[in-house]
Design a protein around this ligand. Structure first.
Ligand SMILES: Cc1cc2nc3c(=O)[nH]c(=O)nc-3n(C[C@H](O)[C@H](O)[C@H](O)COP(=O)(O)O)c2cc1C
Length: 164
């Protein structure tokens, strides 16, 4: 089965999550294509897709929103799992909720078979200086909050839902 993993990242954490999904699906024997949405991958060339975006200022990345809108019909015609990567997903008080994901799902023309908000990283040396000032003013906690084991477990969980 051919699975497209399409992601949008700014500082790289979302890519590392997507790479973990790629490894797991590859180990399960699937033919995986891992692509940045800016390369404009074609969902119709895959049997299923995992799509994911970084979150900035409570929104998915603009190229992700543009790509999913442009390919909405193809995404609606095959199983799709959705993930996000953010700083606040590390906060237990949020209980896995993410405003940007809720907003995306309200507008989306397709219904994912699975949705998960994963924590990423907030690493000052990967962020342009003007954004560091913004993050410091927001008192955003810094660090690497990724849990690649949780990403692997979710990928194994969603594989059957994708038909994989
Ligand atoms: C300018 C800026 C704005 C951000 N805004 C949010 C936000 O609104 N909510 C959140 O949970 N995390 C926010 N973050 C944290 C990012 O979601 C986190 O760094 C994530 O790992 C980004 O994924 P990426 O490394 O793939 O770009 C922000 C980070 C930056 C640099």
């Amino acid at each position: 089965m051919r699975v497209l993993i399409a992601y949008a990242t700014h500082s790289g954490a979302t890519l590392t999550l997507a790479e973990q999904m790629d490894r797991i699906l590859g180990d399960l024997g699937h033919d995986v294509v891992l692509t940045d949405v800016r390369e404009d991958p074609v969902p119709a060339e895959a049997d299923a897709a995992i799509i994911g975006s970084a979150i900035r200022v409570e929104s998915y990345e603009k190229p992700f929103l543009q790509w999913t809108a442009a390919h909405a019909q193809e995404l609606a015609q095959r199983p799709v799992a959705l993930f996000s990567c953010s700083g606040s997903a590390a906060d237990p008080a949020k209980q896995g909720r993410q405003k940007a994901t809720d907003a995306f799902l309200r507008e989306a023309a397709f219904t994912p078979v699975a949705v998960r908000n994963f924590p990423g990283w907030v690493l000052m040396d990967r962020i342009p200086v003007h954004e560091r000032v913004l993050l410091r003013s927001l008192r955003t906690p810094t660090g690497d909050f990724r849990d690649l084991d949780a990403v692997a477990a979710w990928t194994r969980e969603v594989a059957p839902l994708l038909g994989a």
